[in-house]
Design a protein around this ligand. Structure first.
Ligand SMILES: [Zn+2]
Ligand SMILES: [Zn+2]
Length: 422
């Protein structure tokens, strides 16, 4: 078997709960769940080199992006030079420290930590050494993947550009152009670190082979590493996570976060999102006001983007989560395949709502002169809370419950659930 291959073994699909046998995977091959099409594992063509190279390249580019000029703005005879740290610092100085922390974590903290943990784990694998906390590092980097929002910030910059360019001259610096490369590299790096494969490699270093079949015991599949474990255990031997057939209290926790998000969504829409001051005027605008102004000003494209990010996505996400929670708790409202699709959409679109928050932050940094001054309104904090709470609600939801419920109400699901191999 080529180096880095994954032997044939039994896994549990984390999305639909199907227990299935996957054949030997050699570098360049991947396995999908035949029932819900969930991506189970992919072995990179160069399993050790590719993620390491992408992580190092990302860190180098990140250093440039966060130290060099992002954009410069000429407004009313004043020249303003913006770097990313300057934006975070000016938020903190103007008493928006919570917004500053959120921006710092989503655009810098989580990607840096993610990349450093990748390098740590892959260094251990490359030199065949079990480093302290390798399992914990792998579990943490998997969780951090959801909270990397460099791409969202980049799109927010493009939206802000259209807005600012109608009033001022903008020049983009090196950091702006490299941020696009960084966003792509980060996506590629996070796709290139398959946790199932990493956990197998770490266990191999410790002399255990988690792909060996378990005999004489009932088994349970770990939700995080997908390997089979005896169902008498509380903690997974392979990845160190807590073991359970389904995430404990998944529906209650998911519903609690969703309810909190729905409550916060009210002030997020009623309070001002952005306050614009210029001599003689003091304008506080809510999300809807902002969209209306832009539409009337002829900025149709930004109006559509902000409407999608700030109104459509949060509302759709809340509706989708309610459908999923109802279907998993009581009666499936549609087929399991469609519900799974809904779950995947909900999980992936949520982060894009942060566009509006990032736009307000960029506008605030750009318009900080006495002649034109923009500050974030109270709604920004509530809106951030809505985005974060709906994301946690989706992440707490156990999609396998959809398929459990469909089994009890078979009218919605006709395909067989026998074991497949791919
Ligand atoms: Zn599946
Ligand atoms: Zn596990």
């Amino acid at each position: 078997m080529p180096v880095g291959s994954l032997p044939a073994h039994q896994v549990g699909c984390p999305c639909c709960g199907l227990s299935l046998f996957i054949p030997v995977l050699t570098p360049g091959e991947s396995a999908l769940c035949p029932r819900c099409h969930q991506h189970l594992v992919r072995v990179e063509t160069h399993p050790l080199d590719t993620p390491t190279a992408y992580a190092i390249a990302s860190l180098i580019i990140m250093t440039i992006v966060y130290t060099q000029l992002y954009m410069s703005i000429d407004l009313f005879g004043m020249h303003i030079e913006l770097t990313i740290p300057y934006m975070v610092a000016s938020l903190a100085q103007q008493d928006y420290s919570l917004l500053a922390e959120i921006m710092f974590f989503l655009t810098f903290g989580s990607p840096v930590l993610f990349l450093l943990l990748c390098l740590y784990v892959y260094t251990g694998l490359r030199y065949q050494q079990v480093l302290p906390g390798m399992l914990y590092a792998t579990r943490t980097l998997v969780r951090l993947r959801h909270w990397i929002m460099v791409d969202v910030f980049y799109i927010a910059t493009l939206v802000s550009y259209i807005k600012i360019s109608s009033m001022a001259q903008i020049h983009f610096g090196l950091a702006f152009w490299l941020m696009m490369v960084l966003a792509i590299l980060l996506i590629r790096t996070s796709q290139g670190v398959p946790e199932h494969w990493i956990f197998y490699q770490i266990q191999r270093l410790t002399g255990h082979d988690p792909t060996l079949q378990i005999h004489n015991a009932d088994t349970i599949n770990c939700h995080y590493c997908l390997f089979e474990q005896p169902d008498t255990q509380n903690v997974c031997d392979v990845c160190g996570s807590y073991l359970s057939r389904r995430k404990p209290l998944s529906l209650n926790i998911s519903m609690a976060f969703l309810l909190a998000a729905i409550i916060f969504y009210i002030p997020a829409n009623l309070l001002p999102m952005m306050i614009t001051r210029s001599p003689g005027t003091n304008l506080a605008s809510t999300i809807l006001d902002g969209i209306e102004y832009m539409w009337n000003d002829g900025d149709v494209l930004i109006a559509v983007v902000i409407f999608s990010a700030s109104m459509a996505i949060p509302v759709l996400k809340i509706i989708f989560m309610l459908v999923l929670l109802y279907s998993a708790a009581y009666r499936p409202l549609m087929s399991a395949r469609k519900l799974t699709m809904l779950y995947r959409i909900t999980e992936s679109i949520g982060r894009w709502s942060m566009i509006d928050i990032f736009v307000v932050i960029i506008l605030m940094s750009a318009f900080s002169t006495p002649l034109a001054h923009v500050t974030p309104g109270a709604a920004t904090i509530y809106f951030c809370a809505v985005v974060i709470l709906t994301m946690i609600s989706a992440l707490s939801f156990d999609p396998r419950l959809i398929w459990d419920e469909v089994k009890q109400h078979p009218s919605h699901h006709k395909s067989s659930t026998k074991r497949h191999s791919s």
